[in-house]
Design a protein around this ligand. Structure first.
Ligand code: G6P
Ligand code: ZN
Length: 560
């Protein structure tokens, strides 16, 4: 039976502007009549002529509304001339898995259903993000185009009668207005696991994890936080690497993440931190809802900052077969990320890039063969094996480094600092503030710090003095396509290289979240406590920004 295409009249919704990582709103916003339909139609339209006959990947982190949205995308794609969809079983695919699938299948792109680390459930967040054919998040020009289209949309296309069961793996071919349309429901983990096996030496890691090569099993605690990584974690760490059942927790993806806030940091992954703090584990790790973020802690919950994690992996790339095979190109980090990796890059004679916040900014450099490893302070680490950050990849990288060095995580870090010096780093988040005063705060601070007399000023707190060397609102020119991103965060750099960075989050779904990043480098004094070492600079940042006055907050919501 041939299915017919219907054109449904609609009206634009305000505010369908993708943020740092796609469109994120409350579920209640997405479930308004035609809201999701409009946005999906505009994503497809933004692909222009390339859409007809294309293959797309569809999947998400399993949060509330994922399955419904996936089915809707199937019906809208069928109506818009897409030839084939690869859909994760039950709508489940981690963000790194989508990126890998797009690349392996030479798809035109993928639609990722996630609000990443934001809480899920009917009262919480949902999100839709488009990734392009390189497997990475759509660049600014593309998402701006999507947004423009949403402001003028008049109708969308739909194959209403298309029946689909995405709970079963298999291929179904439909006849849509005389043309074949294929939906392939795929095993959510198989392709990704194969990809990891190509990158890492699983046989070696299995011997290490099981204790065959060392005489004692590696004691791991991997916390999937009820997000999408659960199924991947079980297959990789239990089935392939032979870890014991007790090594993994929260591995059932739940629509509301079981009430957890699936953001792997010291605040939201408290359960992991408290458990590992007792001293019974060699490594603890957690991921966010869609599996692209990671947190690594060592025995007794020894915290590895994401900036240090990146630098250490960069130093030991030879421990990972992928890099032996493909060579080592440059490194990169986002601007607010502490510059520990720069020192490794310098030592190895590699290019190091500083890009705005957002994984999409790494893509061009990778496609151009200039970048192989990058990371962000926001618990993102990854390589050019895909075009997203990759939480499980990061844990496999760390286990490879542990196997390679035979050292504990704490000893690996201490050795690293003794060679390179240490970048003390912290981030203060002030979540759900009122937007207006935050905008005003940023505008006032920008004016103050970019005034001519600001450079050269000295600030003193708790006996430490810092002299301003440079201050700006960070802007970035992509070295490959020369596109320019402006106003990416206020940055004050002091004489000794220490930095204060402040920006508003681009991933929230309501209000404003202020992020204050503090980065301070010490060559010799590397074993101090970060909170103590950074206190003077934090006080100076609060003084310069007048944050308490503008936001009414005396303390951050989250410290990482
Ligand atoms: C997402 C992106 C990251 C980015 C982060 C920033 O996780 O994938 O690349 O660093 O958002 O979030 P923010 O809330 O600081 O804009
Ligand atoms: Zn994420």
């Amino acid at each position: 039976m041939s299915l017919s295409v219907e054109t449904v009249a609609t009206k634009p919704y305000d505010g369908q502007k993708p943020g740092t990582s796609g469109l994120r709103k409350k579920v209640k916003v997405f479930t308004q009549a035609n809201y999701t339909e409009n946005f999906v139609q505009c994503i497809l339209d933004a692909n222009g002529a390339a859409l007809a006959g294309s293959t797309l990947v569809v999947g998400g982190d399993g949060r509330y509304y994922c399955k419904e949205a996936a089915e809707l995308i199937v019906r809208i794609s069928a109506a818009n001339g897409v030839a084939k969809l690869l859909v994760g079983q039950n709508g489940i695919l981690s963000t790194p898995a989508v990126s890998s699938l797009i690349r392996h299948n030479k798809a035109l792109g993928g639609i990722v259903l996630t609000a990443s680390h934001n809480p899920g459930g009917p009262e919480n967040d949902f999100g839709i993000k488009f990734n392009c054919e390189n497997g990475g998040p759509a660049p600014d020009a593309f998402t701006n185009n999507i947004y423009q289209l949403t402001t003028g949309i008049k109708d969308y296309k739909l194959v209403r009668g298309l029946q689909i069961d995405i709970s079963k793996v298999g291929v179904t071919t439909y006849d849509v207005a005389g043309k074949p349309f294929v939906v392939e429901v795929i095993d959510s983990v198989a392709n990704y696991v194969r990809h990891m096996e190509e990158i890492f030496d699983f046989a070696k890691l299995r011997d290490f994890v099981s204790g065959k090569s060392t005489g004692k099993p590696l004691k791991m605690r991997i916390d999937a936080m009820n997000g999408v990584t659960g199924s991947y974690v079980r297959e990789i760490f239990l089935n392939r690497l032979g870890a014991s059942e007790t090594a993994v927790v929260h591995t059932t993806p739940l629509p509301d993440f079981g009430g957890l806030h699936p953001d792997p940091n010291l605040t939201y992954a408290k359960d992991l931190v408290d458990t590992v703090a007792k001293g019974d584990y060699d490594i603890g790790a957690a991921f966010d809802g869609d599996g692209d973020r990671n947190m690594i802690i060592g025995s007794k919950a020894f915290f590895v900052t994401p900036s240090d994690s990146l630098a250490v992996i960069a130093h030991y790339l030879e421990a990972i077969p992928y890099f032996q095979k493909n060579g080592v190109q440059g490194f990169a980090r986002s601007m607010p990320t502490a510059s520990a990796v720069d020192l490794v890059g310098k030592k190895l004679g590699k290019e190091v890039f500083e890009v705005p916040t957002g994984w999409k900014y790494f893509g061009n450099l990778m496609d151009d063969g200039r970048l192989c490893l990058c990371g962000e302070e926001s618990f993102g680490t990854g390589s050019n094996h895909i075009r997203e950050k990759d939480g499980i990849w990061a844990v496999l990288a760390w286990i490879s480094v542990m196997q390679h060095t035979g050292k504990s995580i704490e000893d690996i870090l201490k050795l690293h600092w003794s060679v390179y010096g240490r970048n003390y780093f912290t981030r203060y988040d002030y979540e759900e503030c009122d937007l207006e005063p935050c905008n005003e705060m940023m505008a006032t601070m920008e004016k103050n710090v970019t005034a001519a007399e600001f450079v050269g000023k000295s600030y003193t707190s708790s006996g430490k003095s810092y002299k301003v060397k440079q201050a700006d609102n960070f802007s970035y020119t992509d070295p490959v396509d020369k596109s320019v991103a402006t106003k990416q965060g206020l940055r004050i750099v002091f004489d000794d290289g220490s930095r204060i960075v402040m920006r508003l989050s681009g991933t929230g779904s309501s209000g404003a979240t202020v992020r204050l990043y503090i980065d301070s480098y010490e060559k010799e004094n590397v074993l101090g406590q970060a909170s103590v070492m950074l206190k003077p600079l934090i006080d100076i940042a609060l003084e310069i920004s007048q944050l308490p006055k503008f936001t009414g907050r005396n303390a951050p919501t989250v410290i990482t």
